[in-house]
Design a protein around this ligand. Structure first.
Ligand SMILES: [Zn+2]
Length: 357
């Protein structure tokens, strides 16, 4: 299989199927019990709307032009918000050198709402998890280093988790620190997609979006960033149900019909965990974040019930195939079909925004 993309995706773990509607869903009104009289839900398989072909013919070395959040004119869609955010705790963190040469710190989180290991892929060793670095009663220096609560870089023979010097890996120069304080970090909220990230599927562009987010966060000009990787396969319905939807589509159903036949909500994903993880990483407060997404509805979902996180800018992600006129990126009948369905059913307002890419 030639030219397989490199991915940073973690090893897939089987997903327990659940038809529960999360409290913090993007589209809570389309639960299986409230469909009567409401329009059919949009495609549950397709990724967030992505804008079409742009005249650019190369992968830019700089970030795409950000869009001010106010310009999204977010529709007054009812949102069922959590009153309180889930409790999250980072239980381990480790340095991961990547195939692109960039380094990241993978953070594994536990929480009080499910048993999954949600992740934060952190670019920039200056970004710290509060729960990870908190001192735990009775732990030794070796315990702290083993779970990742160390400053700088580990090396054979190291005995302290505290900073060994005021320069070197994990420390910022004064100028960098100032830049980091002034420029809101890039954030991507990414939902697990085994087929698109690990099994080379061309039915969606999840793998490409994950790669692109990592690339933007590792640019030399970047002040770092975080990909919050949520374990909610198939927009929250699980891999098994997602594959059933693929079969129904291959049998001739369009994406909307496949959803109706499976009696799943259009989008069972929730983002309270992502908000809580971002707060743990120190992204609360006025500095805000820049959110990498094509989906304006995600902005409000990530900000939390009391706007614990402030999204200062939305940075769109243009598919590689559209940027390169089909020379790179994903090309398949399936991806074209469901992106069209997505634009038609879920984001009618997006037609006007498409060319802003
Ligand atoms: Zn996908």
């Amino acid at each position: 299989m030639p030219d397989l993309p490199s991915h940073i995706s973690p090893v897939y773990a089987p997903n327990i199927l659940s038809s529960r509607i999360p409290e913090y869903s993007l589209n809570p009104s389309s639960s299986p019990h409230s469909r009567a009289g409401s329009p059919p839900p949009p495609n549950l398989i397709s990724p967030a709307f992505t804008p079409p072909l742009t005249p650019e013919s190369h992968t830019p070395a700089v970030e795409p032009e950000p869009l001010p959040v106010s310009a999204d004119a977010i529709a007054p869609r009812p949102q069922k918000l959590l009153r309180t955010l889930p409790h999250v705790e980072c239980i381990v963190r480790a340095r991961i050198p990547t195939v692109t040469g960039a380094e990241m710190f993978l953070h594994v989180y536990q929480n009080n709402v499910d048993n999954k290991e949600h992740l934060a892929i952190v670019f920039g060793s200056h970004i710290r998890s509060k729960s990870m670095f908190a001192v735990r009663p009775g732990e030794t220096e070796r315990d702290r280093m083993t779970r990742g609560a160390y400053e700088g870089r580990l090396h054979p023979g190291r005995v302290t988790s505290r900073a060994e010097s005021t320069s070197g890996p994990g420390t910022l120069s004064q100028a960098d620190r100032q830049l980091f304080e002034e420029v809101p970090p890039l954030v991507r909220i990414h939902s697990e997609c085994y087929t698109g990230e690990t099994a080379w599927s061309a039915r969606c562009d999840c793998g490409e979006q994950l790669d692109e987010a990592a690339r933007l966060m590792s640019l030399p000009s970047s002040t770092g960033g975080v990909i919050v990787y949520l374990r909610q396969e198939g927009r929250g319905i699980g891999l098994g149900e997602k594959l059933k939807a693929y079969n129904l589509q291959d049998l001739g159903s369009d994406t909307v019909e496949a959803n109706l036949l499976l009696r799943h909500p259009a989008d069972a994903r929730s983002y309270g965990l992502a908000t809580a993880i971002l707060l743990d990483l120190g992204f609360g407060g006025g500095r805000g974040i820049r959110l990498l997404t094509n989906n304006p509805d995600k902005v409000r979902a990530v900000e939390g019930p009391h706007q614990e996180i402030v999204v200062k800018q939305r940075v769109p992600m243009v598919p590689l195939a559209w940027k390169t006129g089909g020379k790179k990126g994903i090309n398949s009948e399936e991806i074209e079909g469901y992106l069209k369905a997505k634009v038609r059913s879920h984001h009618p307002q997006a037609r006007d925004r498409r060319m802003q890419g």
